[in-house]
Design a binder for this molecule. Structure first.
Ligand code: KG4
Ligand code: ZN
Length: 342
């Protein structure tokens, strides 16, 4: 089964081809970072317009790279939420219409399920059930995974997502957008012992997160030490990253202990963070699973793969174009487990 995957939920146009036997045949990404950078964040209208410009050429290139023609496709998968409404509509309208014109099934993919399944593109499914930490620009969630589509929300952020906190901290420090990789690079030169930032909500039971206080603490530290020199910036970035990573680590360990489970999957853009990966690996060894960095951030491959799993289970969309800016993960229905084709 050959599936075209389309990702347009935010500021990246991703298009990929996934085939049951041969795996990933093409994976193309156009990043809009340069367009949004002057504004310090994503401008939704600019994002939608750029997806419109890029989607057709990317699909053409993906097919050429994969040595496939439109007529070879057996299904089309597109991200239908959560994300920016206008941006989602571009991929959904394109994908649903293409599938209709080819008389093949289409499947609406949940962006966070796609993130969650991305590590399976490179490795086997950990023993079920396992805990997943989903960390992106819009979400910070701890989920118990009993199978593809069987998700129980254990905890989530009550305010900012951790990726959003990275982006805002970077902006306050005068670093570029997106902030996660910039904070990580800057923190590499920082002194871990100069500042200690709070680990929010770790002093009380529960698995929810809150990152707005950490953001305020960062802002106050910046104000107290203005004007900042290079070393101040690096030390603050380091303290911020340590606090964010430590908070995630504490909650992951708590979730594993509470559920009496051993295996943890981390996914979403922030799972590309090297310090987070190192700290979790030091604690959990081979029981922590993550994708290579290119598959942690938004991409079409994860959408093609998640869509493939659902199409293989016989699921498809009716002839309508529906996107959901908000879409709780536990609302997803079950799909057949991976068929060993990862
Ligand atoms: O999953 P993603 O690409 O898009 C969303 O679904 O939101 O995640 C983007 C987020 C951004 O907030 C970005 O700053 C963060 O992931 N990010 C990182 C790193 N790479 C990306 N955060 C920390 N360290 C990184 N290396
Ligand atoms: Zn994402």
């Amino acid at each position: 089964m050959l599936v075209l995957g389309i990702e347009t939920s935010c500021d990246e146009t991703g298009v990929a081809l996934y085939e049951t036997e041969r795996g990933l045949l093409a994976n193309l990404l156009h990043s809009q970072v340069q367009q949004h950078a002057p504004f310090g964040g994503v401008v939704p209208e600019l994002a939608s317009r750029d997806h419109v410009r890029k989607i057709t050429p990317l699909v053409r290139t993906a097919l050429a790279q994969g040595g496939a023609a439109l007529g070879d496709l057996n299904g089309v998968a597109y991200t239908a939420g959560p994300g920016l409404q206008g941006a989602l509509l571009v991929g959904a309208a394109f994908g649903r219409t293409l599938a209709w014109s080819l008389d093949i099934p289409a499947v609406a993919v949940h962006h966070m399920e796609a993130h969650l399944l991305a590590p399976l593109l490179e490795g086997a499914m950990p023993p079920l059930p396992f805990i997943a930490l989903l960390v992106s620009g819009g979400h910070t969630q701890l989920v118990k995974v009993a199978g593809v589509g069987c998700y129980e929300m254990l905890g989530e952020s009550l305010d900012d997502a951790v990726g959003e906190a990275f982006d805002k901290a970077a902006k306050m420090l005068g670093l570029g957008y997106p902030g996660g990789p910039q904070i990580a690079a800057c923190a590499a030169h920082g002194d871990p012992n100069r500042f200690r930032f709070p680990r929010p909500m770790t002093d009380r039971p529960g698995l929810d997160f809150s990152f707005s206080g950490l953001k305020t603490f960062t802002l106050n530290t910046i104000r107290d030490h203005a004007p900042l020199g290079e070393q101040d910036r690096a030390d603050i970035a380091r303290a911020f990253e340590e606090a964010a990573v430590d908070t995630l680590l504490i909650k992951c360990r708590r979730a594993l202990a509470a559920q009496d489970l051993d295996h943890l999957v981390i996914a979403g853009g922030v799972s590309a963070n090297v310090r987070l990966r190192q700290r979790l690996a030091a604690r959990l060894g081979g029981q922590v699973h993550y994708a290579s960095p290119a598959l942690c951030v938004d991409n079409g491959a994860m959408v093609a793969y998640a869509g493939h799993q659902r199409l293989a289970a016989g699921q498809s969309e009716p002839l309508s174009i529906v996107v959901k800016a908000r879409w709780p993960l536990p609302e997803l229905g079950s799909a057949a487990p991976a068929n060993g084709d990862a």
